[in-house]
Design a protein around this ligand. Structure first.
Ligand code: GDP
Ligand code: MG
Length: 156
């Protein structure tokens, strides 16, 4: 797995079916753009249960697993990849805690939802899982393009 330079770290972010139905795509994507992250891949997907079971393979066996897969398969998701400094850890910080009630106000979950089982968005929890999730959701790869704002976001 290639180690990406710090300014080009990538994370997989997904607006879950409740976030899509509640018309929050623009607001959520906008937060990452506003922060300085580049969107290098994006698509709407109505995922199959098989695909979702792969995405959440580490949670298989948890009591909430069947409900989680049903929730995630209940409608389309908006999957995208952010690129930039500390994308994984800062992406998680921007999402908030898994339980929205424990999420700080100002985070996505802390501002837009109330319960763990309807927490509107996903973000990779480590660089390695990000690479794995990006490959799972974007087997076609991401888009490489010149970042014209780079010098206004980074020192070098
Ligand atoms: P995340 O990385 O913050 O999304 O949290 P996890 O990887 O631990 O869990 C994945 C997703 O499963 C969460 O975002 C929730 O949608 C769901 N989930 C986790 N724990 C629970 C739970 O105790 N109850 C329910 N209903 N869903 C849960
Ligand atoms: Mg997780």
């Amino acid at each position: 797995m290639p180690n990406r330079p710090p300014n080009a770290e990538r994370s997989f972010i997904m607006i879950k079916p409740d976030g899509v139905q509640r018309n929050l795509i623009g607001k959520i994507v906008g937060r990452f753009e506003d922060r300085g992250y580049k969107i290098v891949a994006m698509k709407m997907v109505h995922a199959t249960t098989e695909h979702l079971e792969k995405h959440y393979a580490d949670l298989k066996g948890k009591p909430f697993f069947p409900g989680l897969i049903k929730y995630m398969a209940s409608g389309p998701v908006c999957a995208f990849v952010i690129q930039g400094l500390d994308a994984v850890k800062t992406g998680r910080a921007m999402l908030g805690a898994t339980n929205p009630l424990a999420s700080a106000v100002g985070t996505i979950r802390g501002d837009y939802c109330l319960v763990t089982g309807r927490n509107i968005c996903h973000g990779s929890d480590a660089v390695e899982s990000a690479e794995h999730e990006i490959a799972l959701w974007f087997p076609e790869g991401v888009i490489e393009y010149e970042d014209t704002e780079h010098a206004w976001i980074y020192e070098n």
